[in-house]
Every structure is written in C-alpha cells, then in structure tokens.
Design a protein around this ligand. Structure first.
Ligand code: SF4
Length: 315
C-alpha cells in the first residue's frame, strides 16, 4: 500500500499549540481509506508539550544571510532549531518509505509556503518562509511530492499531487529497487503519455537521459531522470496538452473501432477541448473501448490510471 506522511493535526490529533486539531475531512476519510497515512507531529516529536507556548521563525541576520531559527514567539530566547534537526534525523528512515506528504498550512514547522518570518527584534519581515520541518524534508527528499491540506481543495493541484504520489511509488518500486537500463526504459515507456500531458519538453529531455543511460552511467542517469520526471509532473496539465495526448491514444484504436465509434470518441475529445465535458468523459470512453479491444501498450500507460478513481479527481 502506498504510504503518505501527514501532519498529525490534519488527521484529527489534538496536538496543536492550543490543544486543538486541524482535521481535514478529505484527508482523514477519503485519502486515508486509499493510502496508508503515517502521521508525524514534529513539535511534539521534538519534545514540546500540548498545549505549548507559540513559536515562530526568526531571521537573526534581519535578511542578510538568512540565519533562520525556530524560536519562542515571546522573546526569541529559546531556540528549537537544533531539536528539530535531531528529531528529523530520528524519523528520516521512516520518511524514506513514503511516496508523498500532506502538511498543515501556516505552521512554522509544517507550513510549505507563505510562512511568516520575523526579524531579530520579533517584528514581522515577510510571509515568504517555509516551516522548519518542511525545509528538512525538501533538503533530504527533493523528489518527494509535498502538498498542503487546504490546497487539495483545488481540483488541478489535487490531480497533480496524487499523480506525483503514484509516479513516485512506481518509480521507487520499478527502478530504484531494481535499477537497470531495462527497468528505466520500461518505466519511461509506461509514463510517456502522463508526462506528455504535463510537460512535453521535459519528456524529450527524459528520453535523452534514458537513451544515454548506458554511456553516462546508470546511477547518475536514474537520479537525473527521477528529478526531471517529478518536476514535469508538478507542472499543471492543460486542456491543450490533454487533448494532444487523447488524440495520440485514439490513434492506437483506429483499426479496431467502427466509423461511428471513432466519430463518438472524436466528439468527446472535442467537447473536452472546448471545456464542455471533464477529462473523465473521453477517458472513460477510451477505457471502455480498451476493454473490448485489449492493447497491452495502452493498458500499461500510467495515463489511463494515474491514481485511484475514488479520489474523485480528473479535472
Ligand atoms: S502543524 Fe505540524 S507541528 Fe503543528 S500541530 Fe500540526 S503536526 Fe504538529
């Protein structure tokens, strides 16, 4: 089962500074039914109590070279930064098994972006920071998909996050656990259309990495490929890129479908292109035809099943 890390308060644990939680019903029910959620509360994990005094991020150089520290909000005299580093090193091996992470927004520990940063004197400087735990997470696992609980209400972001989680899992299992040029070639073939729907130009670069894997060295090629793929999938797909992919896919079925079936599929793709139906409409029709006219290459395409349908996505 795919494992996703999550800020404990997002799945309902009462671990916040005020003794409350920040439960997201989508994460605590729908997502938790499909994936194995692994909750962490970094502040409690590094020894803080519940409830506890508030903390925030301070830049002790007032913007000069960014000596960012996690300190108590009252007067900044208690520095929690080293304790967070120790806590992170303790749980690092557990994070290695994860394929995604859902964090709580606005927290000086878990927040992914727009976190308030204060100066040495305790006055707010800007809101462009990130939580200290997330900084550790990004540094140690740059390819791990991370998303904030609230942003998962956005259809496109939800779509992208779960596609990345599934791709991350498949890459770990297919390539990282059994590294070979062949496993890389196979993965690349199966993710062709999913990546094309997000970033066609990065797909071409990925193809070059695969083609040169033997001569350039397998280990460094796998590393480069993983970074390129996760970066491609983090870019939003568009109706235009999806339409191109759908037209490619229908080409594989042209010899199997009747004239009327081809016409109907073309109409669904056109309705999707013009925004009148969601992506699920032409995709469902394609899947229906695939059941009747099996095609192993298409069935293996991650694009046809990018993530579990129960998540209710596919914009
Ligand atoms: S945001 Fe993070 S540190 Fe704060 S209560 Fe939730 S899990 Fe704990």
């Amino acid at each position: 089962m795919i494992k996703i890390g999550v800020s404990s308060c997002v799945v309902g644990s009462k671990v916040r500074y005020d003794g409350g939680h920040k439960r997201s019903s989508f994460v605590a029910t729908t997502v938790s039914d499909i994936f194995q959620m692994v909750p962490f509360c970094p502040e409690v994990g590094m020894g803080m109590s519940v409830p506890r005094p508030t903390i925030h991020i301070r830049d002790f150089t007032n913007g000069d070279n960014g000596d960012l520290r996690l300190v108590d909000s009252k007067d900044g005299s208690i520095d929690h930064t080293p304790k967070m580093a120790v806590y992170f090193s303790k749980i690092e091996s557990q994070i290695q098994e994860l394929d995604g992470y859902i964090v709580a927004a606005k927290s000086p520990s878990c927040g992914m972006e727009r976190i308030k940063v204060f100066n040495k004197q305790g006055d707010m400087m800007h809101r462009k920071g990130q939580g200290l735990f997330v900084s550790h997470l990004k540094r140690a696992f740059p390819n791990l998909p991370i998303e904030e609980d609230g942003r998962l209400n956005d259809q496109g972001l939800k779509d992208s996050f779960f596609a990345r989680v599934t791709a991350h899992h498949r890459f770990r299992k297919m390539v990282l656990e059994e590294p070979s040029v062949n496993s890389l070639v196979q993965f690349h073939s199966q993710f062709k259309f999913l990546v094309l729907a997000h970033k066609p130009d990065i797909y071409r670069l990925m193809g070059r990495v695969v083609a040169n894997a033997k001569s350039q060295g397998l280990e460094s090629s796998i590393k480069e490929y993983f970074t390129l793929m996760m970066s491609a999938l983090s870019k939003a797909s568009t109706r235009k890129t999806h339409t191109n992919v759908l037209m490619h896919l229908q080409g594989f079925l042209k010899k199997s479908l009747t004239k009327d079936e081809k016409q109907e599929l073309c109409e669904q793709i056109e309705l999707y292109r013009t925004g009148l139906v969601p992506l699920l409409a032409p995709l469902t029709l394609l899947r229906h035809h695939l059941k009747r006219h099996p095609n192993q290459y298409l069935e293996n395409q991650a694009y046809m099943h990018p993530y579990p349908l129960e998540l209710g996505i596919m914009s």
